[in-house]
Design a protein around this ligand. Structure first.
Ligand SMILES: CC(C)(COP(=O)(O)OP(=O)(O)OC[C@H]1O[C@@H](n2cnc3c(N)ncnc32)[C@H](O)[C@@H]1OP(=O)(O)O)[C@@H](O)C(=O)NCCC(=O)NCCS
Length: 352
């Protein structure tokens, strides 16, 4: 069993001696006042089944294996952390990344004993894991807490906040279920696929519809890297999820002006999703967002999906209104957290 090297700048012992790389630390003084000895280590490849079993989420095994084996190196055993006390596991968390952004890590699978010591164990597990991820070269870590999946969400939120994550956005999850009738789309707009329009035109349309967006995450990215780079990055992120150039649509008015775009995607065999939708600023206020939403849903329905989801910023009232109109229902809330391990200025030169 090996211990990860420790980044001394993220010591768990503020004011105390700096950790020595390679040392297995024992935590003897914690803010809860408990006397607790806890170690944090990464796992070996052979431990995967045991590791996944800690959280009763066996479906993760194949996903994690795929990340380990994929050419993109989306995850690895040295990004899977376990906290142990006297040899017994007391917590677990791991990290992966999208292929387009290897330094931006996504945290997943946080599992603690939510009956006892969860704040102490969780905070220290996360701090140690984050320190190691920084040493590995990660610049930031994102974590999403879904109230319908990650129980108990309020305790999860307290742990990640105590470990240094900040809330960037809360989102509403909307779900559409096929009721048997075909989704009807108005004929106000005509559509062109990305396959026909080309990726540069699509990225330029993303830039246009993202102007004055109501999505706080997109606003932050705009401020960080500028509109053109934010649009290209966004297209790359969407491509990582799934790339169907024949499904990504640009919408035009009869006079040929660009109106907006919609990106319907496959999430898995049962669930499709609308992952981006937008109207150019000068055409907002006429409900074209509803046309786009219905069109995206119709594409997924025609391809056989009976369930379509969309996650939207809780502040995006116009889109929420369209969701209800299009037959989507609010089911679930999620909180998006981020922890910057290095200053954003070191990773994202602002471009125009
Ligand atoms: C979301 C978006 C597509 C909606 O554009 P749109 O179709 O022109 O929306 P509208 O302005 O017609 O508003 C839709 C509805 O919301 C209502 N609405 C607008 N602002 C509102 C507010 N602040 N509070 C409550 N309701 C509001 C409108 O009144 C309208 O309902 P109505 O037809 O009954 O009047 C557009 O704002 C956009 O492109 N935003 C930037 C991109 C974005 O945020 N995308 C989502 C991230 S995936």
């Amino acid at each position: 069993m090996r211990d990860p090297p420790v980044d001394p700048s993220l010591s768990l012992y503020p004011g105390g001696p700096a950790p020595v790389p390679g040392t297995r630390y024992r935590l003897t003084e914690l803010h809860s006042g408990l006397q607790l000895s806890m170690t944090v280590r990464t796992i070996t490849p052979e431990e995967l089944d045991w590791y996944v079993g800690l959280g009763d989420d066996d479906w993760l095994t194949e996903i994690i294996k795929g990340w380990w084996q994929g050419e993109g190196g989306q995850s690895a055993p040295d990004r899977c952390f376990v906290a142990e006390q006297e040899g017994k596991p007391v917590g677990r968390v791991f990290f992966y990344n999208l292929e387009s952004s290897p330094r931006s890590q996504i945290m997943f699978g946080l599992h603690l004993n939510w009956e006892t010591d969860w704040l102490t164990v969780g905070t220290n597990l996360l701090r140690r894991a984050l320190a190691q991820m920084k040493t590995n070269g990660a610049s930031s870590v994102e974590y999403r807490i879904y109230d319908i999946y990650q129980k108990p969400p309020e305790l999860q939120r307290r742990v990640v906040e105590a470990a240094g994550f900040r809330l960037t956005q809360d989102k509403l999850r909307f779900v559409w279920k096929d009721q048997g009738s075909l989704v009807e789309v108005s004929n106000r707009l005509t559509f062109l696929t990305l396959a026909d329009a080309g990726e540069p035109a699509f990225a330029e349309a993303v830039r246009r519809v993202t102007e004055q967006t109501l999505d706080r995450d997109d606003l932050a990215r705009l401020a960080e890297v500028g509109p053109a780079r934010a649009a290209r990055d966004y297209v790359d992120i969407l491509k990582d999820i799934e790339f169907r150039p024949d499904w990504w649509l640009l919408a035009y008015l009869p006079d040929g002006r660009l109106c907006g775009l919609v990106v319907p995607q496959r999430l898995d065999d049962k669930e499709g999703c609308i992952n981006y939708i937008g109207v150019v600023p000068e055409l907002r206020g006429s409900g074209y967002g509803l046309d786009l939403l219905l069109k995206g849903t119709a594409v997924l329905q025609a391809a056989g999906w009976k369930k379509v989801t969309a996650e939207i910023d809780a502040d995006n009232k116009p889109l929420a209104a369209h969701m209800e109109r299009a037959g989507f229902r609010h089911h679930g809330t999620l909180w998006c957290y981020r922890c910057d391990l290095v200053p954003a200025s070191e990773t994202s030169p602002k471009g125009s």
